[in-house]
Design a protein around this ligand. Sequence first.
Ligand code: HPA
Length: 240
Amino acid sequence: MPYAEIPGLAASTASGHRGEFLIGHLAARPVIAMAGRLHVYEGHSLREVTRPVALMAGLGINELVVSCAAGGLNPNFNVGDLVLLNEHSSWLDGKLGAPPISFQRTNDSANESAAAAGCFRRSLSTCDPQLDAIAHQTAHTNGFELRRGMYLAVNGPNYETRAECRMMRRLGADLVGMSTVPELLCAASAGVRTLGISVVTNLALPDAPATADHADVLEVCERAAERLQQIVRAIATHGA
Ligand code: HPA
């Protein structure tokens, strides 16, 4: 179902992002996949970026797995590595819209009401321990490495300068990317269990700052697809 057919959803414009929901079954469980995401660098607000996730939360999803391309700031990472996002920090512009209270199935409405009233909100963990364990077990069983790391979300669309790579690494980031954190936070605030996984598509090191063009990013993601599919299938099988 194209996003454009759903009132209130913005069309996706980034190359490689088709802009439609794929609805079906995986491992005998109903799933919705987003073929294409929305990004702040396309000119969307955080509210627009997270609206498809709020919609899926409203439809009653139990788990959300978000995958993304990222630059590797940690010198131990290699191009093609899969990294589970066990921590994050967001430098994205704008205010994150929470899903409507009626979408939420947790007792977190106090937190969201506080946010709606302009008060501070508690920060949410977006790395569900059970989904983390399933992902690592899958990697172990299938003989590939799954790393953990802190993901720093930035607006883009520029890749980072040498100085920014150095600064981000000093601040403790392992990965830098232009997506994912808003969707994870939106879902987590609705009581959905979440897991974020990055594919390291290029290195973003002070002495070798990112030069990856979008075609390289897509090619590395293509090579990571099978490992990601194994993880998503295992979560569909064992998740709930
Ligand atoms: N920086 C920001 N976003 C990215 C990168 C990067 O180096 N690679 C893929 N997405």
